[in-house]
Design a protein around this ligand. Structure first.
Ligand SMILES: [Fe+2]
Length: 292
């Protein structure tokens, strides 16, 4: 135990030291304040599984998350990112929550422009979204549902949809947010059929263990922002509740199924307008069938 504590205090001291270096270095401040939040990384991953039907082979899922419009992240940035998403030739588009940073504070006149931008996104197999904590916060629950519906996104709140292509199917589930909503995997899974490939959208990544126990194969999440600020050789200084286990990138989580989890770092920022070693991200997943 003593060893553990001294290691922890060593890490704390190192973090404080690096943080003060970071604070003192004007270049680091400007980079974290003005440059990195405007950068963009496109992460591309192949997802292979024996339950992915042949009809879904090479289908492309584009996921974006955590825009937090209104806090630093502007409508213009959303428009640019929407164009980028479209240029990635998505068959499916997923938004994993936190559209507006503070729904009660967002300029209502701008809402129609948000809808007009999201409406332009096109994907032949559909556009789907789930709630994030900021979508519920600030009395946003109904506003978010209305924006997503008008933009052509189907909002999955403890519900699911069967995605059909050339007579073959996979099942897409979405749960409510873990911090401010009431997620229910069993409710979301009710209409899934045995033997189907199950994809889950959950704003909160830390539901992954439960999702693996529930037999989900692929979970896509956001929420963590990758911590927004990371230190070299240390990682994120802070991630919010429900993003404390899984902070960014790909994980394999064992349960009743071997679940693949991907935690997207999101596009915007919240609380502090900084990003350091946690570049905004759009993810592209290419499904690979192992059948025939
Ligand atoms: Fe967020």
């Amino acid at each position: 135990m003593a060893k553990k504590l001294s290691r922890r205090s060593f890490l704390k001291q190192s973090a404080a030291f690096l943080l003060s270096l970071f604070g003192l270095a004007g270049g680091g401040y400007s980079y974290a304040r003005f440059i990195e939040p405007k950068r963009l990384e496109i992460t591309e991953l192949d997802i292979a599984h024996e339950l992915i039907p042949r009809a879904f082979h090479n289908k492309r899922i584009v996921q974006f998350s955590d825009t937090h419009l209104g806090f630093q992240y502007t409508l213009k940035q959303l428009e640019e990112h929407a164009q980028k998403i479209q240029s990635l030739r998505p068959d499916l588009i997923f938004f994993t929550g936190d559209l507006l940073d503070r729904p009660d504070n967002y300029e209502l006149a701008e809402i129609r422009n948000v809808i007009a931008t999201l409406e332009k996104l096109e994907a032949p197999l559909g556009k789907f979204a789930v709630y994030g904590n900021h979508d519920h916060g600030g009395y946003g629950t109904d506003l978010y549902a209305s924006i997503m519906k008008k933009s052509g996104f189907q909002l999955l709140k403890n519900s699911s949809v069967e995605l059909r292509h050339l007579q073959e199917t996979i099942h897409l589930l979405g749960v409510d947010d873990a911090s401010l909503g009431q997620p229910s995997l069993s409710q979301a899974k009710k209409s899934a059929r045995a033997g189907q490939y199950l994809v889950l959208l959950s704003h909160a990544p830390d539901l992954a263990k439960d999702a693996a126990e529930a037999g989900i194969h692929l979970q896509l999440s956001g929420h963590s922002h990758g911590g927004q600020i990371q230190l070299p050789w240390y990682g994120a200084l802070y991630t919010p509740p429900y993003a404390e286990i899984y902070k960014e990138g790909e994980y394999q989580v064992d349960g009743n199924t071997a679940l693949t989890l991907y935690v997207n770092r999101g596009l915007g920022t919240t609380r502090l307008p900084f990003r350091f070693l946690s570049v905004p991200e759009i993810t592209v997943f290419t499904l690979k069938s192992k059948q025939g």
